[in-house]
Design a binder for this molecule. Structure first.
Ligand code: ATP
Ligand code: MG
Length: 415
């Protein structure tokens, strides 16, 4: 038997119902915030992610699903959503429209990672990207979208952590100080971090190895390297969040996994698991060939959101719901049931009938299983008399109704 690919998952039954609810909430919130949907392709040129995510990141170094197609094009399955949105923004001249451009997506995302709890190879991200503003107010607004969603979902014990990485100038100052610090502790770091130290010391702060964590804890803070303007920006983000009533803590160790972040970065963490991560990326649009454009966004892992919800509320079970089951006996009744069921469905009634050609007894067993409110059985005598017994499943109460009016009566009862 062929089984599903490691790190992927089938989502069905009660779980898919939960996903639909979550997606509905995401779409509603975005509508309220004036954020429009964008659907970008799952495949992009590999080069887009190398440039947009950053050559020294874990994603580009070891997590991308990359292949060469028949036309010798090097393509990659999207490992994150921002780069594709940035490309689309430039490609379609969205900067010519009213600015800022506010976009969201709900999309499968692919990373070839070691699988473990909360880490899959195909997962799904809800992302928001706002392009065309350099203001701290834009950072706060984007953060408030994620906060509103988590609040609406009833997620408890979720903590917002924020930090600032400053502009490239602050960052280069910090890189020097950090490199000095790491250099003194190089022997104690993991092999990957030794490499990171050469190429991009900031990445060391993001290492999940325990041995490295211990050393990182004493690393100098990036916040001490911020220049006046970056400090001011960071303070303003905090002031607006406070005004909005959104609680946060400052965590100078947050660097995020992507190279393109500037100034504000943030994470929502629940139970030690990052459910949402994002930040400002003022240089990405230019890096991808557009005009300098201030931008900020986040990606939220839907699987992790579902994990947290299940932990808090227990496993999601499906509540089947059907208004009526049209049972039948005999060939004529069977035919009638098919037609009547479609009539009812067109009238908006959640109707079902037998499509397996089971016995009446088996049909009723099935009707019970799928959780129907009413049932009726059409046989030869019902067709002859033009009447049928409508049974309320929960109470067992029966009423005689006219077959020709069944549709009308059910619409009244069920709507
Ligand atoms: P982590 O530090 O956990 O590896 P990351 O920095 O790689 O996360 P981002 O690139 O910021 O994560 O992605 C945004 C969100 O997507 C994460 O906060 C998480 O909820 C989710 N996510 C990332 N990688 C995975 C994965 N392999 N499986 C499931 N969800 C993921
Ligand atoms: Mg990661």
């Amino acid at each position: 038997m062929i089984q599903l690919v490691k790190g992927t998952k089938d989502i069905f039954a009660g779980e898919v119902t939960a996903w639909q609810e979550i997606e509905k909430k995401m779409r509603n919130i975005c509508q309220t915030f004036g954020i429009g949907e964008i659907r970008t392709p799952i495949i992009e040129f590999t080069e887009l992610f190398v440039r947009g995510v950053g050559e020294t990141t874990d994603i580009v170094q070891k997590e991308m699903y990359t292949f060469t197609d028949d036309g010798d094009r090097c393509l990659t399955l999207r490992p994150e959503g921002t780069a594709g949105v940035a490309r689309a923004y430039i490609e379609h001249g969205m900067h010519n429209q009213a600015q800022p451009t506010k976009l969201y997506y709900i999309s499968p995302t692919f990373r070839c990672e070691n699988t473990q709890a909360g880490r899959q190879r195909q997962f799904h991200q809800f992302g928001v990207e706002v392009l065309g503003s350099y203001s701290a107010a834009q950072d706060a607004e984007v953060i408030s979208v994620a906060a509103a969603l988590l609040e609406e979902m009833g997620i408890k014990d979720v903590e917002l952590r924020i930090n600032s990485l400053g502009c490239p100038q602050c960052r280069s100052n910090y890189n020097k100080i950090l490199r000095d610090f790491i250099g003194q502790n190089l022997g104690k770091l993991c092999p990957t971090c030794k490499e990171r130290f050469e190429k991009n010391p900031l990445r060391v702060l993001d290492c999940k190895e325990e041995s490295c964590q211990g050393i990182i804890a004493n690393a100098p803070s990036v916040l001490e390297c911020l220049n006046g303007e970056c400090m001011e920006h960071f303070q303003k983000v905090q002031d607006i969040l406070t005004e909005m009533g959104i609680a946060f803590t400052i965590d100078p160790k947050i660097v995020r996994g992507l190279d393109y972040y500037t100034r504000t970065v943030f994470e929502f963490v629940s139970d030690g698991l990052t459910v949402c991560g994002g930040g400002r990326y003022d240089n990405l649009i230019e890096e991808c060939g557009g005009k300098p454009t201030g931008a900020v966004g986040f990606g939220l892992g839907i699987e992790r959101l579902v994990m947290i919800l299940e932990k808090q509320k227990g496993e999601i079970t499906e509540v089947p719901q059907r208004d009526v089951f049209i049972g039948s006996m005999g060939e004529k009744g069977f035919l009638k049931a098919q037609g009547l069921t479609l009539d009812l469905r067109k009238a908006g009634i959640l109707a079902d009938c037998d499509t397996v050609e089971r016995s009446v007894k088996a049909q009723m067993k099935y009707a019970n299983k799928i959780g129907t409110k009413y049932s009726l059985v059409i046989g030869d005598s019902e067709l002859e008399n033009g009447t049928v017994e409508l049974k309320e499943m929960e109470t067992g109460e029966k009423t005689m109704i006219s077959l020709s009016e069944a549709s009308q009566i059910l619409v009244q009862k069920c709507k």
